[in-house]
Each structure stands twice: as C-alpha cells, then as structure tokens.
Write a protein that binds this ligand. Structure first.
Ligand code: SAH
Length: 249
C-alpha cells in the first residue's frame, strides 16, 4: 500500500462530545489513518475521549488543536467536507468511494483532508466554502445523519479500500508543478477581492455572493501553484490599471 494514508488528515470541527473524539481516533487507527486535527473542541483532552479511543490514544496525544478550519487546512492540497444533507453548494458532492479514490490519488502530491462537522449542526457555510469537494454517505433519506465517529469510520474505511486498490503512481520525486495549497488559494481570493474593489467591479459593502461563486469556481478546479501565480500576476496588472506588463517585448 502506498504512503497515501499517512497524508490523509481527519479534521473534527467543533466537536461537543469528547467520547466522539475518542471513537473517531479508534476508527481512524483501525484503517491506518493517524493525522487528527481538532478545531475548537468543546472539551479536550478528556478522560472520556481516552477511554473510547480504546488503544488509539497515541492519535489523541499527537492530535493538534487549532482555533479555526482555515489554519487546519492551510497546508492541504485538497479538502473534502462531509455533510448528512445535500447543501445548496456549488462544489461537487460525491459518494464515499469516489471521494476516497480522489483523496488517495491527490495524497501522492501533498496533504489532503476530510472535514467533519458538529454533532448538532454540521459544518457552517463558511467552513464548507473552504472545501474543494463535498461527500455525502448515502444514508436513509428519512434518517440521514450518522453519529460523527460512525461517519469517520465509513470514510476512513473508504480511504483504506481506495489505498489498497490504488495502482502506485511513479515514485515520489521532484514535482515540477505542485498543486496549490489552501493558503495559496486564500491569498488568491484576498487578492481577487482587493482587485475587484479597485476596478469597481465589486461593491465592498456586499462582496459575499460574487466572492463565494469565485471561490467555488477555483476550488473545484484543483489549481496548481503556478496557475495561482499566473492569476495573481494578472490581478496585480489589473490593479495597476493595465498597460504593457513588465518584462514583455
Ligand atoms: N444535523 C447535522 C448532523 C451532523 S452529524 C447536519 O445536518 O449536518 C455530525 C457530522 O457527521 C456531520 O457534520 C458530518 O461530518 C458527519 N456525517 C453524519 N452523517 C453523514 C452522512 N450521511 N454523510 C456524510 N457525513 C455525515
């Protein structure tokens, strides 16, 4: 099996019940996942989490606790959000097997993440706006919401199956055009906002709708780092009011 599983991060956002954190760690470890990040958990560390981890407490010890999702995904090259409900969101929603194959393939080139929401309310729209894709486990439509740790188990298993079936890519080596990280994409979105305000295409009082559409467009595209640099070069030139770009013949 490839190294892909070691580059799949599980991020639990705003978990209320520490027992779910422990059960999620156990679910991960059984499937060979180890990178656990907790965003703003209600209670952690906790004896209840350690008990339910049932031997996976090494994952809890190594888990990082961060204040927001943006920090948790900054170094990731692909981020998949999970949702029990189909949201009106314009990044693609895929089934667990397809999401897992994609994550395992992309993990060849960097860290990827699966993001899980709060027990009561799932992920917020702003958090979903950090995701390149969404996955929904096809549950009973009349009773669609799995326990958080059960959802982690299903997706961790899907990743393991995908990793077992993966045809190994060429050995890792120099990557001439690596995928953009989320922090490079966030810098692109900030730059877009500044440039669009500058050219008066966007009303700074109500940027939200257009910026969300642009985010979703670029998030689902899977841009490389050099493509982000090209777009930012165009934006810099646009901000300056056009004319012949520096260095052109
Ligand atoms: N009422 C919430 C349910 C949250 S369940 C909502 O409607 O979103 C807690 C978390 O478990 C979810 O945020 C998601 O990460 C995961 N989860 C539960 N059921 C799921 C399903 N059918 N598909 C994908 N993820 C699911």
């Amino acid at each position: 099996m490839s190294e892909a599983l070691s580059r799949i991060r599980v991020i639990l956002v705003g978990t209320t019940h520490p027992g779910n954190i422990g059960s999620a760690a156990r679910a991960m470890k059984t499937m060979g996942l180890a990178d656990l990040v907790l965003v703003d958990p209600a209670r952690f560390p906790s004896a209840e989490a350690t008990t339910l981890a049932a031997g996976a407490d090494d994952l809890l010890t190594a888990a990082r606790v961060l204040p927001g999702l943006a920090e948790a995904v900054a170094d990731c090259v692909w981020v998949v959000g999970t949702s029990a409900r189909r949201r009106g969101h314009s990044v693609p929603a895929v089934d667990p097997a397809a999401a897992a194959r994609d994550l395992v393939d992309r993990a060849e080139r960097g860290t990827v993440a699966l993001v899980f929401g709060r027990e009561s309310s799932g992920l917020s729209n702003e958090e979903l706006d950090c995701c390149n894709a969404l996955v929904q486990i096809p549950t009973n439509s009349a009773f669609s919401s799995l326990n958080l740790a059960a959802a982690v188990q299903v997706l961790a298993y899907s990743c393991r199956v995908a990793a077992l079936e993966q045809v190994p890519a060429s050995p890792p080596g120099y990557d001439p055009d690596p995928p953009a990280t989320q922090s490079e994409l966030e810098a692109l979105f900030d730059h877009y906002l500044r440039a669009l305000i500058r050219i008066e295409f966007l009303d700074p009082e109500k940027p939200r709708h257009l910026m969300r559409r642009l985010r979703h467009l670029y998030l689902r595209a899977g841009l490389s780092a050099s493509e982000v640099r090209i777009l930012r070069g165009i934006l810099t030139h646009t901000e300056r009011g056009g004319g012949r770009p520096p260095g052109s013949a």
